[in-house]
Structure formats: C-alpha cells, structure tokens
Design a protein around this ligand. Structure first.
Ligand SMILES: *Cc1c(COP(=O)(O)O)cnc(C)c1O
Length: 495
C-alpha cells in the first residue's frame, strides 16, 4: 500500500515520497508529513540480527513506498559504505550509565552525514522516477557544517552538481579547509564577500528567479535544495533509533519490550523528531529529552506552550544548535493539532509576523512524550570534564549539552529508565572547546595541530576526515560578490 505525504499548511493534496523528496518544501511553504507513521513489519529481535543497511531498508521501505526494492537498496548501499569508518555505521558506547549512539563516523565526522550521505541518491532516483531529464543542481549557503556534509554527500553522484556558498570570513579555519579541499568534478565551492545571511538571501533569490530557471532548463539543469526539512533527510534518521534499540536488545542490555529514554541535542528539531517517529513505528521509547544550549527557545516552549523567538541570539560552543527557529517543529505542531492544516498555518503565520505563537492546552497535553531542558556554557564544559575524568570517554560540546540535560532530568525526576544519548559530533570537530573543558588546551598550538593532543588524551586515533584535510590540496579558490552569485553558477555550468 502506498504511503502519501501532505503539506503541514494544506493537508489536502497528496504527493508520493519521490515527489516530496524532489520538492523539498511544499509550494505553500509547508513541510511534507506522511499521512500516517507506519508500524515496523519485522520484530525488533529480528532487526537486532541485521546489518545497519538491512535495518535501513526495513525502515525506509515503509516510508518511501514508491521506490522499488532495487532502487532503495541501491541508494542504501551507496550511502552507507566505506565512507563510514566503522561497519556498525552508528556504533554504541556505554559511559557513566548511558548509551551514546555515535552518529559521527561518516565523512565529515558529524551527524548530518547520516542523512546527507543518502539524500543525493534518493534525490536522483526520485528525479528519474518522475521523468525529470535535467541534471539536479544543488545550491547551498552554509555557515560551516552543512556545506561540507552536503559536498561530501553529492560528490561524484552522477546527474547532480553542487554549489556551496560560504561567507569568506564567517567560518572557522578548519571548516574552510574542509570545503576548499573537496574532491569531485561535480562540486563547486565559492567564498562570498558578505555574511551568511547575504549568502542565504542570494541562494533564495536564485531559487525564485524564473529567468534563470529557464536558462538552466534549456541547458539541461534544474535547481534543488539539500535543506534539513526534506523528508529525504528526516526519514534516514529514524533508522538509527530503530537500529540502536534492536542492537541493545540483541546484546541483552535490555529486555524485550523494556522502554528506554532518548536524549537529543537539538537545533532544528530534525533529529529528535526522527526519534519520535521511531517511537510511533513501535520502538519502546518512553521519554524524548530535548536538550538545548543557551538558545533555549524549545525549553521555554515545552514549559509554557509559547514559542517565542524574540530574544537575544547567543553564540555558544555548540554552534550547530545556535538556532531560534527550529523549522522541523512545525511537523510536530501539525501532528499535535490533530493534522489541522489551517490551525497550523495560523500559528506559523503568527511566528512570521509576531515572532511567536501559543498552542492550546489540548495540544500541550499531547506533548507529554517530551521533556525539555537546557545547558549553560559552564555546565556543558563541566559535563565534558566530568565524563572524561570518570571514564576517559571524550564527547563533543553538542553531545555534552545532551549529557547535561540527561543528568538534570534524572536529578529532577528520579527516573532510572535506561537512556540513549545521540552523540552528534566527534570531539575532533570541536577540538579547542573540548580541550579547554578537560583543562588541556594549549593556546600556542593551531586548531589543526591540537588534534594530536586530543588523540592522546582520549586514547583514540585522529579520524581520517581530519588527517585528510591536513595535507590536502586546495581545489577551490573562487571568491565573488553577492551580486555575482548567479553568473558564478552559470559559469560553473558552462552557460
Ligand atoms: C545539526 C546538528 C545538531 C542539531 O540537530 P537538529 O536535527 O537540527 O536538531 C546537533 N549537533 C550537531 C553536531 C549538528 O551538526
């Protein structure tokens, strides 16, 4: 039976998975949601004996019902291969009473790889299924992390090209080096003379430029986006929650049917929403602990029912969570207002005009699965230090936000339920902050050299992703003004 997707702001027009993946966002500005969350068809015991790729197939086939078995298996095989430095893909580490799912074993050592390594394959398959003859050109503006993960995902994928724009002086030295050393004929990286907002506005303008779209079409190209609201990014994230539970069961760490809590360091609300979907597929999950940094909009929301972005934006040591509008939350809002697209549209309009909205008591009732809390900068550093001193295990700043919230929750509630924590980045990605937290920073050493000291402290080897960029050749050196962005893209495409 086919599963369909509707927009959170329309609710009527149904599209197939491949159409939703190709479109990314619905024309009305809404996000695509499945009309129901399918139940797992094989038991968790059976899933516990399968490889990550096999579990991925069992989960994704239920959501991407218009893909053939062969299409989906090919996408999975191409995504979760040697790009990951472990066959487990998302291995578990037990430390100080919690299980950490390490989601950072892909090409850019952060969790975005889990979805961005498969999205290009889902997208190109969707294009072919819908008789799109053009090559897909992905445009992305990045403030650092997403750009590299998207480049790595799309590099070498036939039928696609990717152009990433970053603010010349607005990303870290390591992030810039990661991007400008990207291999692959179909990858392009451009530094723009401007800030991130200008880069993003420039990209949005190109998406809406009909003349440009026409020119591209004549040359056999069309634009698309690798944005985090694409269901082709959300659904692959459900897999690791299903896989984790099944593997814990298989290893005898939990009993059949035993519930676990899940703690997720949250920014755009995509990762934790995937855990919510896993719960609704039948994985015994009790509470979903939503962990924020000092940009604690979500903590306030779960406490009061008011989502309010009118506040100071804070730069923290967990930059991938420095977000005031968690775009994926709209999917949860739509679900808890009884899939009422009008009601949801009203709230989102209020967010756009007033910067805030308030949900009803009835909707609040339906958020009982969630617990929200946050970590200050000091608490985050303290969690890294304390876990390291107790166990020798070193976690990154984002993961430490989750660890802090997990400890706060236990302290507040006395709940002893076994807990899984999503570990979203390798500590080697945020070496400086991590070394400061464990009291082993050396200001005279560059970020790229400090990794050797971290490797020693953590007693692990420096990840390949870091070793590679240390000696890599610079392959991209285009710099342009914001106004020149369209010409730059056309030049890359030979138009
Ligand atoms: C993107 C990101 C997050 C936040 O994930 P969301 O799905 O946006 O909530 C957390 N940690 C790291 C390292 C990330 O890159």
């Amino acid at each position: 039976m086919d599963l369909f997707y509707v927009s959170t702001r329309d609710g009527q027009k149904k599209v197939k998975a491949s159409e939703a993946i190709l479109k990314g966002l619905s024309e009305d500005g809404g996000l695509f949601v499945p009309t129901s969350v399918p139940k797992l068809e094989v038991s968790l015991e059976e899933l516990g004996k399968m490889s990550y790729q096999e579990v991925a197939y069992e989960v994704m086939k239920l959501f991407f019902t218009d893909f053939t078995e062969e299409e989906l298996k090919t996408c999975i095989k191409r995504a979760y291969d040697e790009k990951f430095d472990t066959e487990d893909i998302a291995p578990l580490t037990y430390a100080d009473g919690a299980y950490y799912i390490e989601l950072f074993h892909g090409s850019t050592i952060a969790f975005k790889d889990m979805a961005l390594s498969i999205l290009p394959h889902l997208m190109i398959t969707s294009a072919r299924k819908n008789h799109v003859k053009n090559d897909i050109v992905i445009l992305t503006a990045t403030s650092g992390d997403t750009g590299k993960a998207a480049l790595a995902g799309f590099a070498g994928v036939e039928g696609t090209k990717i152009v990433v724009f970053y603010p010349k002086d607005g990303v870290s030295a390591i992030q810039e080096k990661q991007m400008v050393t990207q291999k692959g004929e179909n990858t392009h990286v451009v530094a723009i003379r401007g800030n991130f907002d200008e880069a993003q506005t420039g990209v949005k303008k190109m998406f809406n430029d009909r003349e440009l779209a026409k020119e591209l079409d004549q040359a056999g190209y069309q634009f698309s986006s690798a944005n985090s609201i694409n269901i082709g990014r959300l659904i692959p994230q459900v897999v690791y929650y299903v896989n984790t539970y099944a593997k814990l069961l298989n290893a005898g760490k939990i009993a059949a049917g035993e519930k676990v809590n899940v703690t997720v360091p949250t920014g755009n609300f995509g990762n934790i929403l995937a855990a919510y979907f896993a719960k609704h597929m039948g994985v015994p999950i009790a509470k979903l602990l939503c962990a924020s940094n000092e940009n604690k909009v979500l903590f306030d929301f779960f406490k009061t029912g008011v989502y309010d972005r009118n506040r100071e934006f804070k730069l923290t040591s967990s930059p991938s969570m420095d977000i005031l509008i968690s775009s994926n939350l709209e999917r949860l809002i739509y679900l808890v207002c009884g899939c009422d697209a009008d009601k949801n549209s009203e709230l989102m309009k209020s967010l756009q005009t007033e910067g805030k909205y308030e949900i009803t008591e009835e909707m609040k009732e339906k958020l009982q699965d969630f617990y929200g809390n946050f970590a200050t900068e000091e608490e985050t550093a303290e969690s890294i230090r304390s876990l390291y001193e107790k166990t020798g295990y070193v976690i990154d700043t984002h993961t430490a936000v989750a660890t802090t919230v997990y400890e706060k929750y236990k302290h507040e509630t006395g709940d002893q339920t076994k807990t899984v924590i999503a570990s979203t980045a390798s500590p080697f990605k945020f070496t400086r902050a991590v070394m400061q937290a464990i009291g082993q920073d050396d200001p005279s050493v560059s970020d790229l050299d400090l990794v050797d000291a971290l490797a020693k402290a953590a007693n692990v080897s420096v990840p390949n992703a870091i070793e590679e960029i240390r000696n890599a050749e610079i392959l991209h050196n285009t710099v342009c003004d914001v106004e020149e962005m369209p010409q730059t893209v056309k030049k890359f495409l030979g138009i």
